[in-house]
Write a protein that binds this ligand. Structure first.
Ligand code: GLN
Length: 487
């Protein structure tokens, strides 16, 4: 039998079902991996070993009586942005270092109700602002493929843990690329569904018109399995969409023959590392060999997506983060002189530099004198970008390109240069601005580091993305490659 940590979620589900091992055995095996490897990676903020073993024992008992859910006994990790009842939720910030939520996020609730076992909470950029996990109050996460490199961000703890075979799957959130970029840099699969597909209730808000929850896994099949459980209407999230959730696993086996793949003219320009571009072209050739046809499309406003995002996202975050005032929750300054001093020092002490930079930018672009010039303009450009995608999807079923401009960069390399850091999301941000589903699938190595193929679909076409990804993974084995030190 393949070692338990090497198996995908789907393989583990079969093993549990056929009684090859118990959930307690599986959970213990993975907790042993956490103990062995987490010091190197710093992928976890909180490890919930006791709770995990207790849940696993309940899952085993449920299996005996035939009453377990579809994820019964399967271990996962939650990004530390999802509120978990009774277990602290830090969002990677000093502000919430000791915050314990009184309720579970809908995503957490749904996965737990299906029987998932939570191993812990994964490290992330502070309030999900970052592309390298270096803005985390709890220190950076390291990439299992090269410990000097970043695993991406902001869901870097989730991507590192899945890549290092510490957990078969992890939740993540994606406001501008935070599921797909870390998936690309760690050789894992990441999917961000259509805006509104998964409830944001209990997911700490960064930029509410862009935030969406999703998963990081090793295979598209595993992502399909989890997404089916997470997705669906939730009356507690006013942007949640009331549409039936398909069984995503049913259609992934279908052929992609005759489907049209859009190749974006602007994707393969000077900003793309040549080797990364070569891997992506090879991946597209595999899709063609499976019967898909390619069509050139244009996203003429693509280069405006990063500047647009860096007006909209800070504007929304400056509003969302105003709730952290030292009064209701989070860090509170000692011995304040008066109310203003309490606000100023609680926020000054609780937030890190990147969060402060965003709050200041956001407050500026929303201020009376500048609102029209920045925020309103950005919303107009956002519409242009969404329209570009709409035009493209009139002729194609999916858009394929690079997820990131290059493989993982070194920790420390971009941290003092926010603009360069921001440009890492050039290919991913458009899908958030337009609310489209998108995913990253491992498509090879560049200098021994993984890179990803980015697939974007029209609204609510997660099924098509997952089918493309699954068919691609039937032909390739990039997703089965494991970093040497974590075999
Ligand atoms: N890297 C982007 C940012 O820093 C996206 C983050 C995200 O998707 N949460 O805003």
């Amino acid at each position: 039998m393949t070692e338990l940590h090497s198996q995908t979620l789907t393989e583990l589900a079969i093993g549990l079902e056929s009684g090859d091992f118990t959930s307690v055995e599986l959970t213990q095996a993975l907790l042993d991996r956490v103990a062995e490897h987490n010091d190197k990676l710093n992928a976890f903020v909180t490890i919930t070993a006791d709770e995990a073993l207790a849940t696993a024992a309940r899952a085993d008992a449920a299996r005996e009586t035939g009453s377990g859910g579809v994820l019964n006994g399967l271990p996962i990790i939650h990004k530390d942005i999802f509120c978990t009842r009774g277990i602290r939720t830090t969002c990677g910030s000093k502000m919430l270092e000791n915050f314990v939520s009184p309720y579970d996020a809908t995503v957490v609730e749904k996965l737990s109700a299906a029987g998932a076992v939570v191993l812990g909470k994964s490290n992330m950029d502070e309030f999900a602002m970052g592309s390298s996990t270096e803005t985390s109050y709890f220190g950076p996460v390291r990439n299992p493929w090269n410990l000097d490199c970043t695993p991406g961000g902001s869901s870097g703890g989730s991507s590192a843990a899945v890549a290092a075979r510490i957990a078969p799957a992890a939740t993540g959130t994606d406001t501008g690329g935070s599921i797909r970029q870390p998936a690309s840099l760690t050789g894992t699969v990441g999917i961000k569904p259509t805006y509104g597909r998964v409830s944001r209730y209990g997911m700490i808000a960064f930029a509410s018109s862009l935030d969406q929850a999703g998963v990081i896994t090793r295979s598209a099949e595993d992502a399909a399995r989890l997404l089916g459980v997470m997705a669906g209407f939730d009356a507690r999230d006013s942007t949640s969409i009331d549409q039936p959730v398909p069984d995503y696993t049913l259609s992934i086996g279908d052929s992609i023959k005759g489907l049209r793949v859009g190749i974006v003219r602007e994707h393969f320009d000077a900003g793309l590392d040549q080797q990364t571009g070569a891997r992506v072209r090879e991946a597209i050739a595999v899709l063609e060999s499976l019967g898909a046809t390619t069509v050139e499309v244009s996203l003429p406003n693509l280069d405006l997506s990063v500047p647009t995002y860096y007006v909209v996202a800070p504007a929304e975050c400056s509003s969302n983060l105003s709730r952290f005032d030292g009064v209701r929750f989070g860090h509170r300054a000692e011995d304040p002189e008066d109310l203003l001093d309490l606000y100023c020092r609680s926020r000054g002490e609780g937030f890190g530099d990147e969060v402060k930079r965003r709050i200041m930018t956001g407050t500026y672009v929303l201020s009376a004198g500048y609102y029209d010039a920045y925020y309103l303009k950005a919303q107009q450009v956002r519409r242009l970008i969404a329209d570009d995608f709409k035009k493209a999807f009139a002729n194609v079923d999916v858009i394929a390109g690079p997820t990131t401009p290059s493989p993982a960069f070194k920790l420390g390399d971009k941290v003092d240069d926010p603009i360069t850091m921001y440009l890492n999301d050039i290919y991913t941000i458009g899908a958030n601005l337009a609310g489209l589903p998108a995913m990253s699938v491992p498509c090879g190595l560049v200098d021994d580091l993984p890179v990803g193929l980015h697939l974007v679909g029209a609204h609510f076409t997660e099924e098509i993305l997952l089918r493309f990804a699954h068919q691609y993974q039937q032909q390739t084995d990039f997703h089965t490659a494991c970093p040497e030190a974590f075999k």
